[in-house]
Design a protein around this ligand. Structure first.
Ligand SMILES: [Zn+2]
Length: 455
């Protein structure tokens, strides 16, 4: 969501408070929780348009009583007993709720999903229609069921709790308060809605599966970069050195967050298999790297770091001495310029959000490949910036070994003979089109006309 729009929403929307990261994440020095206080967020729905739950015209919370998890035979809508709907304060807002209360957890689930949807609808520039719209108008949100698990399904998100080491339910860790988990699950819904699902039974959907998990993570990462506290902590602990390769140690206390760990991964295609979460890592890494490169490009343009530092931090010579030096230079550059660094990062975030929205709006689900996604990203960049970042995107994907599949027809070489042009009748080099006669297929040695498809 653009900074400008966020400012406008703050005046007209409804206020909630949510924790940017789970409350159980502790500071590295053990002095307390990493995010001790919830941060205020404003959703796009005006107080007058809020409905009981909380809810609105797109989603609503039901705090069900004694509910078992949905399964293949038990599906929404939920018609059983429920606790009373959470009420707003006298001013119509929900930022009055006590973080220790059950109502706070229920309201958090709504506010998180609504906020993430607001952010992504802004990047798409339109309403994202639910993939289950043929059956339901609104997404059902069920917080706090007695279950040490959580699930998303057709028309619902249903969340329980984490587990204690002995396997029992840990009531201190409600999943509905975990921003990353909710945002990731909503990410799957956005992909179902905008990309769709493969229809061809012969399609093994291996890259499609990896793309789905990657998209869930990217939806969560971009959304969490809308919390000032998260952005500040990320920049303060790295001093703006966000290079992802071997970068997990630099993100400090945030490295306990799953989405941060996923973003700062160094996997290439040759490191991963076909399991969707594993396979998602090089794609997520390539796309997150793209954001980091755009961020650094902006820092260079503002003369906050040198082109030389940027190049060295991107093309690692691989010695720890260099890494220490690079970090020291970033620290020097960042100190005193914190606000300018933050501004550059938020601009890079918004570029990435828009880039992904345009990409997801264009790719087709059948026989989807990572190479196809790369080409869609390049096309999206041409649409958004006129192609300013295409070389940078190419480099990020090349490092991750994302390329056409080896059997791709794109990689087959075509001699002009294959293409049906005759040879031996004067000059046949490219540029001298007079020698080409597309009407006459070239005979092969066996006398059969070339069978290669004309691409
Ligand atoms: Zn997932």
């Amino acid at each position: 969501m653009s900074l400008e729009l966020d400012r406008r929403l703050a005046e007209v929307g409804t206020r909630f408070r949510i924790f940017p990261q789970p409350r159980f994440l502790q500071k590295a020095d053990g002095s307390g929780p990493l995010f001790a206080e919830p941060e205020q967020v404003t959703v796009s729905v005006e107080p007058e348009a809020m409905r009981p739950g909380p809810g609105d015209d797109r989603m609503f919370v039901i705090d069900a009583i004694g509910k078992l998890p949905y399964n293949n035979f038990f599906r929404p809508p939920f018609r059983g007993n429920r606790r009373p709907a959470v009420q707003p304060g006298p001013d119509g807002h929900f930022d009055h709720l006590d973080p220790a209360s059950r109502e706070f957890s229920a309201a958090t689930m709504y506010a998180t999903v609504r906020r993430v949807l607001d952010i992504w609808e802004d990047y798409f520039g339109r309403t994202i229609q639910w993939h289950f719209e043929s059956d339901f108008a609104r997404l059902e949100l069920i917080p706090l069921i007695e279950w040490n698990n959580a699930q998303s399904g057709y028309g619902f998100l249903e969340f329980g709790y984490g587990s204690k080491p002995n396997g029992t339910i840990d009531h201190e860790r409600p999943f509905c308060e975990n921003f990353d988990v909710l945002a990731h699950e909503l990410g799957h819904s956005i992909i179902f809605a905008e990309v769709g699902v493969p229809a061809n039974p012969r399609d093994e959907a291996i890259d499609y599966g990896g793309m789905h998990e990657s998209a869930g993570d990217l939806v969560a990462i971009v959304a969490s970069l809308h919390f000032h506290s998260v952005v500040d902590l990320l920049l303060d602990s790295t001093k703006g050195n966000l290079l992802t390769i071997n970068g997990l140690d630099r993100v400090g206390e945030l490295s306990d967050s799953r989405e941060i760990r996923v973003a700062f991964n160094s996997r290439r295609m040759s490191d991963v298999g076909e399991e969707p979460h594993d396979r998602s890592l090089p794609l997520t890494g390539a796309i997150f790297d793209t954001m980091v490169e755009v961020f650094q490009q902006d820092l260079v343009a503002k003369k906050l770091i040198s082109e030389d530092l940027r190049n060295r931090s991107t093309n690692l010579p691989g010695t720890s001495q260099d890494l220490v030096e690079i970090q020291a230079e970033f620290t020097a550059a960042y100190t005193g310029n914190e606000a300018a660094f933050k501004d550059s990062l938020l601009r890079a975030r918004d570029y990435l959000g828009r880039l992904l929205a345009v990409t997801w709006g264009t790719i087709k689900p059948d026989f989807l490949t990572y190479h196809g996604i790369l080409r869609a990203l390049l096309a999206a960049d041409r649409e958004i910036t006129g192609g300013e970042n295409v070389q940078l995107i190419r480099a990020c994907f090349a490092w991750r070994e994302i390329a056409p599949v080896p059997t791709s027809l794109m990689l087959r070489q075509h001699t002009i003979t294959n293409c049906g042009f005759s040879v031996g009748r004067g000059p046949t080099v490219a540029g001298d089109t007079a020698a080409f006669d597309p009407q006459i297929p070239a005979p092969r040695a066996d006398g059969v006309t070339s069978a290669l498809p004309r691409l």
